[in-house]
Design a protein around this ligand. Structure first.
Ligand SMILES: C[S@@+](CC[C@H](N)C(=O)[O-])C[C@H]1O[C@@H](n2cnc3c(N)ncnc32)[C@H](O)[C@@H]1O
Length: 223
């Protein structure tokens, strides 16, 4: 399945051959994917800061990606980032043309079905994440556990509270079944959340101290 790319307000289809050609033309040494990228600004800034990385922001809401993708499309001397790309897709329906594209993957402070899928260790969500990763590639997920404070949002009321203990007891097995070895899990402190640098990480850090759980995982050769 081809990839739906956003550039400002324009949306068009592209494919893996074209993406691989862009990665090669940039001279990037690794591909970083930001899944549930929100406004895509972290991807844009990361691409500007690191010419060795080709950064792909993925989010189901095309309008969210409009501003960052328009900035990236400018000439490099005017703030452009040819090593950034913005894709409309949800974890449940990722295009096959992005299979095993990533050397590193991030999911930062997800909500909706991306958050639920990860917290529940849902096979479809984890297959989507694992499918983006090359064998040996790493994945860094940060979950906001403040959602379990009163009043708990309706879509989180039936979810188990995420702690490192919950990850070890329940998610390690479910991730392993999807081909993801969990290598570390711990709470992050407020400074660490702020340092992530995404819009929501900064927003949460400005409110009461965030409480977040980090899950690091590595893609095994086969699930
Ligand atoms: C709180 S925002 C975080 C955005 C960004 N990662 C940040 O830290 O600023 C959560 C994002 O998850 C995305 N999201 C929700 N469900 C998703 C799904 N099923 N697949 C991919 N992304 C999803 C939303 O569109 C939204 O942009």
């Amino acid at each position: 399945m081809t990839v739906t790319e956003v550039t400002g307000k324009a949306v068009r289809a592209t494919d893996r051959a074209a993406i691989d050609a862009r990665i090669a033309a940039c001279g990037a040494e690794r591909v970083v994917v930001d899944l549930g990228a929100g406004d895509g600004l972290w991807a844009y800034r990361s691409a500007r800061a690191d010419a060795q990385a080709f950064v792909i922001a993925i989010d189901p809401v095309a309008e969210n990606l409009a501003e960052a993708s328009a900035k990236a499309a400018k000439k490099p001397e005017r703030g452009g980032a040819p090593n950034a790309m913005f894709v409309v897709a949800a974890v449940e329906s990722l295009p096959g043309d992005l299979a095993a594209v990533a050397d590193e993957l991030r999911v930062t402070l997800p909500w909706g079905s991306l958050m639920r899928g990860i917290i529940l260790g849902d096979a479809a969500a984890l297959a989507g994440i694992a499918g983006l990763l090359r064998p040996g590639a790493t994945c860094r997920i940060v979950l906001n556990t403040r959602i379990f404070d009163d009043p708990v949002p309706i879509d989180a009321r039936d979810l188990p509270e995420v702690t490192p203990g919950y990850v070890e007891e329940t998610l390690v097995t479910r991730f392993a079944a999807a081909g993801l070895d969990i290598t570390a899990t711990r709470f992050l402190d407020a400074g660490e959340v702020a340092a992530i640098g995404t819009t929501w990480a900064k927003r949460l850090s400005h409110r009461r101290p965030p409480r977040s759980v980090l899950i690091e995982a590595r893609r095994t050769a086969t699930p």
